[in-house]
Each structure stands twice: as structure tokens, then as C-alpha cells.
Design a protein around this ligand. Structure first.
Ligand SMILES: Cc1cc2nc3c(=O)[nH]c(=O)nc-3n(C[C@H](O)[C@H](O)[C@H](O)COP(=O)(O)OP(=O)(O)OC[C@H]3O[C@@H](n4cnc5c(N)ncnc54)[C@H](O)[C@@H]3O)c2cc1C
Length: 496
């Protein structure tokens, strides 16, 4: 950044610097203004607007796959249908910014490229490339709040199959959906059957000449009405929206806790229930075994909610079909499968997931040494050994991400106030003598949760220990008690 005479770079100083203005960054900004008023902070966002995931993804039909009562913040009622479009989620976030005067704290088109900690000065120096002027801006901050998400926004993950270059049609990743793509009259193959594919297929159904969902293996889905009966009843009773939001959140969370327990203790029964939900749409004659009966037990991977069974209606009505097979290679005219069958296509959509990017592709250094994040051990999944004055919001996969955004915000604000009370300028997690030598395991329990993008990058992620506070449970129901109760003076956090 240049000073007024345009000659010298200037450095702006803040108490807290938030990286990213997605649902986590906006949540962090809100909580800072409420819980730590008076603290100077800025949120730097690479894109030209807020929203993160919900701004980046523009493919047809883009919607949440969890309910907005829990994906919404705890402090702002959600009054629409539980499964919401990206547009509605962005509007909701826009209201949070507007109602709380957060816009003045956010700098768009600021891509953070480096973050360097100086133990001597007890602060971070953050450099960001400005998308508007092309200049580099410099900031210093006492505390860094990483809300940069977990995947690279610029491009999705596309596996490399033989023959891709020979394919004469168009290969598209949903994360970078081309504005000019017109599928009418085209034969479209969507590779994948996760939440993205399950959203795209009903949105494209009826709009193209032929539509095929090609999956290597089946996925579990939950079907249901895109409405919550309890919310409807409460609204009929003219209960205020704040109450509706809180009551419905509690109900959903309770139901999810029961479901998770059941998936663990009676997986076969849960599996049959989920399959019955699909069979209701596809009928007895459909080969459910081949196409919709996964090999893993329920909850091992995120289960996408299919509102009003729209994916299955598209298949039932002949507007889409599902093929379960493996890709042998791409050909000039489509895909050859390992079974020997061929799928002719004009457009191939690779709904094959994300490129995990740990810490927003930012070059981190601690006192001049590059940070090797994969070598650190996490403190409650929020802070990291050897990394001072920094917290990361990494939300839930099985519950709504934002539940953790709120919990971590409470924790960070409590920690900042505690540091003030103590007169500390530095806080860094460090293994206590009794923790040294404890068994370490990957960031997530790969036996229980193993989506491709996590498995591809698990070595880049910090490790966890076998006891609190070094565990990263990915479990909202334990975090909601553990995080608020975390003892900031138990020796695991070292102050300076
Ligand atoms: C299609 C799709 C649907 C999903 N649906 C759900 C759902 O229904 N429920 C659920 O719980 N989860 C869902 N998720 C997961 C979802 O990503 C998270 O729930 C949540 O939106 C993540 O919010 P975030 O703010 O932490 O990160 P993001 O949304 O990824 O936002 C991070 C922001 O940080 C910015 N940023 C990153 N690096 C830098 C940098 N170096 N400098 C400056 N800015 C940077 C990015 O530009 C981005 O705006 C979905 C994900 C996808 C892709």
C-alpha cells in the first residue's frame, strides 16, 4: 500500500486480523464487535465480496445440504425453508453485515500471501496482494484469526483420467462453472454422487438432451420435505422468530445426536431406513442395491439431504439416469467404462471435490522459520503448538460448520480478554511434560471420516493427541461443553 504521496509502503496495525469473509470470518467479526467491543480489527478477503463458499460456487441449483437453523448463526434467526440456495445464504450474511455495521471492517480484493510472526515484537506481519491496484498491502496484528476455509477457491479437484485431452466436448468443474455454458440439447455426464452432484442433477434435469450421473460407488442420502414441521407450528402460534430459531436449533441438534448414535450402534437399521427413503421414490423394481447401497456404514461420509427427493424424482421421471461403474478412459466422444460400456457426452462435469488448502496458501513463518503446520499438534482443533496468537475455524463435516464458528468465536474472545487480564501479549499452545510422548494421530479420525479431499491432504494438517486439550473431535456435542469449559490456565497454553 502506498502512502498519500505514493512513495512509501505504510503498515496498518490492528488488534485482530481475520483472514476471509465467508460464514466463519463474518461470524468472527460479529462476535468481536459484541464480545470484545473497542478492539481494532480488520477482515481481509481475497474475493470482491463476502460469502466464501456461497460466492465461489455458482453452479445450477447451488444450495446448502444442511439446515439453515444450524448453518445460520445462533444470533440471527433463519426464517426461510431449511435447505437454502446460495443466493438466500448470501442475503442472510449481507443482513448480518448490514445490521451490525461490519462492512467498514472488511477489505475485499486483499489476498493474504504471507504471515510472519515476530517473537520480539509480539505480532504478526501480514502481506496481502490487492486485486484492485495490484499493490501489496502490509498489516501488523496482535492476533490472527484464520477463517479461510479448507479448500482452494480458485479451482476444484479434477482427477486425471487417460484420454482427457482427446475429448472433443467441454470438461467443467462445478466450482468454476462457466457463465456461458448452455446445456440445452447436450448430453451431459456428471461424475460423482456427493452433495454437489446430487444438487446439480435435479437442477439440470429436463434442461439437456440426456443426463447421466456417473458414480464409482454409491452414496447415502436422506430424503425429506424441505420444511420443518415444528417451525411451521411455532410460526402458526405466532411465536417470535428468535424463539423459533432457538427451539428449532435445539430440536435439530437433538435429532442429529440421536441419529449419530443410532448410526454407530445400529448401522444396519439406519441403513435400511435411509434406503427405504430412496425406494419410496424409485419403486421396488429399481436396482437400489447396485446404485444406492453404499459399502460403508452410514455417517462414515457426510450424508447429503435431498429435499423432496428431487434427485430421485429426476431419475424416476426419466430425466436423468445413474450409472455405477469405473472410468477406464475418456474418448473423443465421451467416457469408456471399465465394464466396457461407453457414455457419449458433449459436456462432462467433474463433481469430484476440492483441493484442500491448508491455511489459505499463505506462506507462514515463525521468527523467520517457515511453519511446518503438519508437525504441530492441535489444541481443541482451534490453536496449534508452536504457533503463537493464532486460531483457525475448521467447522464440522457431520453437523453444520457454523456451529463451530460460534463456539470458536466465544473461545477466541474469552482468550483475548484473558490475555488482557493477565497482561500477556503472547499465547501459544505447548505440550506439557505429561503430554510429551502421547500417541499422535491424524487431524481427523480417518477410520470414521475419510472424504477424498481430506485423505489427499491429511499429512499437511496438524495432528491431534489422545487426550484433551489436544483432541480434535469433530463432534459438536462434546465441543459445546469442552470449549467453553477449556481451562486457560491448565499449562497447555503458555503466555508471555
Ligand atoms: C457447494 C458446497 C456446499 C456446502 N454446503 C454445506 C452445508 O450445507 N452445511 C455445512 O455445514 N457445510 C457446507 N459446506 C462446507 C462449507 O464450505 C462450510 O460450511 C462453510 O461455508 C465454510 O465457511 P468458511 O467461512 O469457513 O470458509 P469459506 O466459505 O471457504 O470462505 C473462506 C473465505 O476466505 C477467503 N480466503 C481464503 N484464503 C484467503 C487468503 N489467502 N487471503 C484472503 N482471503 C482468503 C476465501 O476467498 C473465502 O471467501 C459446503 C461446501 C460447498 C463447497
Amino acid at each position: 500500500m502506498s502512502s498519500e504521496n505514493g512513495a512509501r509502503p505504510t503498515t496498518e496495525h490492528f488488534d485482530v486480523l481475520i483472514a476471509g469473509a465467508g460464514i466463519s470470518g463474518i461470524g468472527g467479526a460479529y462476535h468481536l464487535t459484541k464480545q470484545c467491543p473497542g478492539r481494532r480489527f480488520v477482515a481481509l478477503e481475497a474475493q470482491d465480496g463476502f460469502g466464501g463458499t456461497w460466492r465461489t460456487h455458482r453452479f445450477p441449483g447451488i444450495r446448502s445440504d444442511s439446515d439453515l437453523h444450524t448453518f445460520g448463526y445462533r444470533f440471527k434467526p433463519w426464517s426461510g425453508a431449511p435447505i437454502a440456495t446460495a443466493e438466500k445464504i448470501l442475503a442472510y450474511m449481507g443482513e448480518v453485515i448490514e445490521e451490525n455495521g461490519l462492512a467498514r471492517h472488511i477489505r475485499y480484493r486483499h489476498r493474504i500471501v504471507s504471515a510472519s510472526w515476530s517473537g520480539e515484537h509480539k505480532r504478526w506481519t501480514i502481506e496481502a496482494d490487492r486485486g484492485d491496484s495490484g499493490e501489496r498491502a502490509r498489516f501488523t496484528a496482535k492476533f490472527l484469526w484464520m477463517c479461510q476455509g479448507y479448500y482452494r477457491h480458485a479451482e476444484g479437484y479434477t482427477p486425471q483420467w487417460p484420454g482427457m485431452a482427446a475429448f472433443c466436448g467441454r470438461i467443467v468443474h462445478p466450482q468454476t462453472w462457466p457463465e456461458d455454458l448452455d446445456v440445452s440439447g447436450k448430453r451431459v455426464v456428471v461424475i460423482g454422487s456427493g452433495a454437489t452432484a446430487a444438487t446439480l442433477v435435479p437442477a439440470l434435469a429436463g434442461k439437456c438432451a440426456q443426463l447421466t450421473m456417473l458414480q464409482r460407488s454409491p452414496t447415502f442420502y436422506i430424503t425429506g420435505r424441505n420444511a420443518i414441521e415444528l417451525a411451521e407450528t411455532l410460526r402458526e402460534l405466532k411465536v417470535p422468530e428468535e424463539w423459533v430459531h432457538e427451539i428449532v436449533r435445539r430440536k435439530i441438534l437433538k435429532d442429529q445426536a440421536v441419529f449419530t448414535q443410532r448410526a454407530r450402534h445400529e448401522p444396519e437399521k439406519v441403513k435400511q431406513e435411509l434406503l427405504a427413503g430412496v425406494r419410496k421414490y424409485l419403486g421396488e423394481d429399481f436396482d437400489l442395491d447396485k446404485h444406492f447401497t453404499p459399502r460403508y456404514r452410514p455417517w462414515r461420509q457426510r450424508i447429503a439431504f435431498i429435499p423432496d427427493g428431487d434427485l430421485f424424482c429426476a431419475i424416476r421421471d426419466g430425466k436423468a439416469s445413474v450409472v455405477t461403474d469405473e472410468i477406464d478412459c475418456f474418448t473423443e466422444s465421451g467416457i469408456r467404462l471399465k465394464s466396457g460400456a461407453a457414455l457419449e457426452a458433449d459436456v462432462i462435469v467433474t463433481a469430484t471435490g476440492f483441493k484442500l488448502n491448508v491455511l489459505g496458501d499463505i506462506a507462514f513463518a515463525i521468527d523467520g522459520k517457515p511453519l511446518r503446520f503438519g508437525e504441530s499438534v492441535t489444541y481443541h482443533g482451534a490453536m496449534f503448538t508452536g504457533v503463537p496468537n493464532m486460531a483457525w475455524v475448521f467447522g464440522y463435516f457431520r453437523a453444520s460448520w457454523t456451529l463451530r464458528t460460534d463456539l470458536i468465536a466465544d473461545f477466541v474472545c474469552r482468550l483475548l480478554k484473558h490475555m488482557d487480564t493477565r497482561g500477556a501479549g503472547v499465547v501459544v499452545p505447548a505440550l506439557r511434560p505429561e503430554d510429551r510422548g502421547m500417541p499422535l494421530s491424524p487431524w481427523v479420525d480417518v477410520e470414521n471420516f475419510n472424504p477424498g479431499y481430506v485423505m489427499r491432504g491429511v499429512d499437511l494438517l496438524p495432528r491431534q493427541g489422545d487426550r484433551m486439550p489436544w483432541r480434535h473431535t469433530q463432534d459438536y456435542w462434546s465441543d459445546k461443553d469442552d470449549l467453553p469449559a477449556a481451562d486457560l490456565e491448565d499449562g497447555a497454553l503458555v503466555y508471555g
